[in-house]
Design a protein around this ligand. Sequence first.
Ligand SMILES: C[S@@+](CC[C@H](N)C(=O)[O-])C[C@H]1O[C@@H](n2cnc3c(N)ncnc32)[C@H](O)[C@@H]1O
Length: 347
Amino acid sequence: MTTAADFHQRIIDDAAAAVRGLSVSLGQRLGLYRALADHGPLTPTQLADRTGIHPRYAEEWLHAQLSATYVDRGPDGAYTLPDAHRPVLADPTAATYAAGFFTALKALYATEDLLADAYRTGDGVGWAEHDPALDTGMGSFFEPTYQHRLIPDWLPSLHGTAEKLAAGGTVADVGCGVGHTTLLIAEAFPHATVHGFDYSEEAITLARQLAEDAGLADRVVFDVAGADDYPGTGYDLVTFFNCLHDMGDPLAAAQHVRKSLDADGTWMLVESNVAPDDVTAGTPAARMFMALSAVMCLPVALAQRGPQALGNHSGEQAFRALAAEAGFSRWRRAAETPVNAVYEVRP
Ligand SMILES: C[S@@+](CC[C@H](N)C(=O)[O-])C[C@H]1O[C@@H](n2cnc3c(N)ncnc32)[C@H](O)[C@@H]1O
């Protein structure tokens, strides 16, 4: 049986992780993990020299990393990032990269007062009420999976879709956030016409900048638009990546997809791979999604004052029922990861 003393230690440990998230964000932002990966072992002074930070901060930051067992320390006092930790903390191109998420905490923790009011009144906290660090951090959370799965695995799992895009089809990426998925599709299918829509102006501004940086600005159009009123019809592919559950009227969004899609088109719905029963599963993905839903996904949906706020773990049956109500007749779980399920939804 767990004693109060045991549980107290567990909460202290959770509090430590919550605080440490800020040091991870700093490590990512200041290139500290990268320097350790590329040039370690490094003493605090050497880390400071390599990255341009103050040596006293280097020492304290390394202590935080060592106490968390993120880094090792040799008998000579030099620190190493273990090989297995590099693709998680130092390599943004790796499928397991996770250091980028923590910047979102800046945005989430800053909404505490708004959340306290919302919890009392039943109102929400809209996406735009958060610092743009939420766009960047959430973009980083999902990007490694998209990088490694979307083009080689997920799109080919959809019946005939990759072939249509290769020949020059049209795509609407709805709730596109900063546009990582939109840009991946545009890059992989140079003949396709690709639009990214999001109701957040901040997200669309960041997406346009990323398109510029990637040299894709002339091939992708990003516009501010809601999921239930984005322009265009006859799309071969409409994609929703991890966003339907954030919407206040997911049925209206599904109905708009049905209207905007070609009769032979596909709605690619990517959602969390967790269901209400997973509330006690104890997996990292379930814990992450449940935690996010209570302070981000549900409040974002409620802020839209729609008829239905799903939360991020409403599960396949809820999404499938929505799609059927919106007039879709075909539903298939086409691919999955521990974090995401990919559904192929067709008229
Ligand atoms: C968790 S983020 C996912 C962003 C992006 N699709 C990704 O996977 O990185 C959810 C996105 O949904 C957008 N969103 C929420 N409600 C929306 C609505 N009603 N219409 C359009 N976008 C919406 C938010 O602005 C946010 O960018």
